[in-house]
Design a protein around this ligand. Structure first.
Ligand SMILES: Nc1ncnc2c1ncn2[C@@H]1O[C@H](COP(=O)(O)OP(=O)(O)OP(=O)(O)O)[C@@H](O)[C@H]1O
Length: 542
């Protein structure tokens, strides 16, 4: 019997059971097996429409209470965040399995919830019996799915676009409304739940709101200033400051500052809070970059700036040692007006009206390549990473890598994910050293691009050994495979064609610039970006 029909049948049985007894008071019965089947159908096709339809079919079938669970799992995440159960523990649970699928989404989610909230003395036994109970009731393919979900192997931010389409299709709500809700709540699962349960009227409550951070807009790479201006015409050219993204919300003297991942770091950055409190504007949402400056005013390296973030103790001492400067470059809300749908030039005007020049990033509006090149050279000479070139008529594409923001940097760098690491030799014996690096495949999974053990200090090697071992998912010979979670910034000279690597491309002279604790793996650079860089390299004849 097809699983979908089985799921309907179970639902009826449960509803009947519901009337008979007090134990089931909600008919929430989509089977885990149904979700696995839909997920497999979505993965098996390259057609975006077929992917959307596979997911939309499941969401239509699901009860409102199940939609948030289904969306989260299809994106490879649990609703409880990282549950922290190791691969070895899970592998040991796979001895016995059920013959028939009976597990429902709600039951499994409830088990995760209990697991995540069981802590403290004696919790280990309780946790392991919870998992054992769950695994004994799962079929072999369900066990396989659960393991991959729990160790993070299914995580695929790339599905987000398809998921939004599927939610729109399943709920009949316009795609733009679903996207807006996902961006404002920072959660596609939450947008899906509300769209399906309450429709467009429910989503209307997700207007941009003060003190509720929204996903920041991100940039695409350009192959130089000339390339960027050719693509955008007259554009704003700004310093690309290599610090930490900050989104500041102000209502009167109440100021909160959020990171790129929407964490509230207000306590760690009092100088930014004070600078905004001093402004006369009553309501503001600003987007910018904070950076620690050295005595002469040159920017400190990214890793140094990061020492100020997430720090709750000793803030006063750190502030004296490593004062932060902030450069705002966008204004998303001013007075009672939301500006995210307004063209960039209007947002720049609102920024200039609300914030004094020292707090605004230096910017040149031009179509002239020579003038833009001079501005770029000056930014580099001052120690900045490069420039951002921005379309003047672009909207603020929250949460997306918009074509209206192009970044131009001197060195080629990519943010890649560590897939595995090899035990070192000689001085590095006993430490994990040579990293296997992968780019994100938008269709799911990772494409290995090379290895490197260069550019790392002893302290970094020690740190990464601990972090990687904590993410171990298996071993082969001297290679430790890890869950693809850590993002590392890699500098390299160029890309070469290589039949040895799965994407046909390999990095030349790759070296580690530093880890990117502020980025999740689903924000790492994609293989498409790497291919575009390679194509640009070929076009330059290098
Ligand atoms: N003037 C600016 N306008 C926009 N973003 C800026 C600016 N200066 C610095 N930035 C930073 O650059 C980032 C945009 O580049 P991108 O979207 O590629 O993120 P990223 O991957 O962190 O960039 P990178 O790794 O190249 O620093 C922003 O998130 C922001 O932190």
């Amino acid at each position: 019997m097809p699983l979908r029909r089985l799921s309907r049948r179970l639902r009826c049985t449960r509803v009947a059971g519901c009337a008979a007894g007090p134990t089931h008071n909600a008919p929430v019965t989509t089977l885990l097996a149904t979700l696995i089947e839909a997920s497999a159908r979505a993965a098996a096709t390259r057609s975006r429409i077929a992917k959307r339809d596979a997911i939309a079919g499941l969401l239509r079938e699901a009860e409102p209470a199940e939609v948030g669970i289904a969306v989260a799992w299809l994106a490879g995440e649990t609703r409880q965040g990282r549950i922290g159960v190791g691969y070895a523990t899970l592998a040991a649970l796979r001895a016995a399995h059920a013959a028939e699928p009976t597990l429902t989404l709600v039951e499994v989610d409830a088990a995760f919830e209990r697991y995540a909230s069981t802590a403290g003395k004696g919790s280990a036994a309780e946790r392991s019996s919870l998992l054992r109970g769950l695994f004994e009731r799962a079929t072999a393919s369900e066990q396989d799915f659960l393991v991959r979900l729990l160790v993070g192997e299914l995580r695929q931010g790339a599905l987000e676009g398809v998921m939004l389409d599927a939610i729109a299709a399943a709920s009949g709500v316009p795609l733009a409304d679903v996207r807006r809700a996902a961006m404002v709540t920072g959660s596609v699962a939450e947008a899906g739940r509300v769209a399906i349960a309450e429709g467009a009227a429910g989503l209307a409550r997700f207007a941009v709101a003060l003190h509720r951070p929204i996903q920041p807009m991100l940039a695409q790479p350009a192959d130089g200033v000339a390339d960027a201006l050719e693509r955008l015409g007259t554009a704003a050219v700004e310093w690309k400051v290599d610090g930490a993204r900050v989104q500041a919300h102000k209502t009167g003297s109440e100021v909160r500052v959020y990171t790129r991942n929407l964490n509230d770091v207000s306590e760690s950055v009092p100088e930014i809070v004070e600078a905004l409190q001093a402004l006369p504007a009553d309501e503001l949402i600003l987007d910018g970059e904070a950076v620690a400056l050295a005595a002469g005013g040159a920017p400190q390296p990214f890793q140094v700036t990061m020492r100020r973030f997430g720090r709750k103790l000793d803030v006063a001492r750190m502030r004296a040692e490593l004062p932060l400067a902030v450069f705002f470059f966008d204004c998303l809300h001013a007075g009672d007006v939301s500006l995210i749908d307004r063209p960039a030039r209007e947002r720049f005007d609102a920024l200039a009206a609300a914030v004094p020049p020292p707090l605004v990033v230096p910017r040149l509006v031009t179509a002239d390549v020579g003038a833009a090149e001079d501005f770029y050279a000056d930014a580099l000479a001052r120690g900045h990473e490069g420039v951002m070139v921005k379309a003047l008529d672009g909207r603020y594409g929250a949460g997306s890598r918009g074509a209206g923001w192009l970044k131009v940097k001197r060195a080629h760098t990519l943010d890649l994910v560590v897939l595995a690491a090899e035990w070192g030799n000689g001085r590095r014996r006993g430490w994990l050293s040579n990293l296997h690096l992968g780019a994100r495949d938008p269709a799911g999974g990772w494409v290995m691009l090379g290895k490197t053990f260069k550019g790392m200090t002893d302290a970094l090697i020690e740190w990464q050994t601990h972090e990687l071992l904590a993410r171990e998912s298996g071993r082969s010979g001297h290679v430790v495979h890890v869950r693809p979670e850590l993002v590392v910034e890699i500098a390299f000279n160029d890309l070469q064609e290589s039949p040895q690597y799965p994407g046909g491309l390999a990095l030349r002279f790759a070296r580690v610039k530093g880890y990117r604790p502020d980025k999740r793996a689903d924000e790492a650079d994609t293989i498409d970006t790497v291919r575009a860089l390679h194509a640009a390299q070929l076009a330059r004849g290098s």
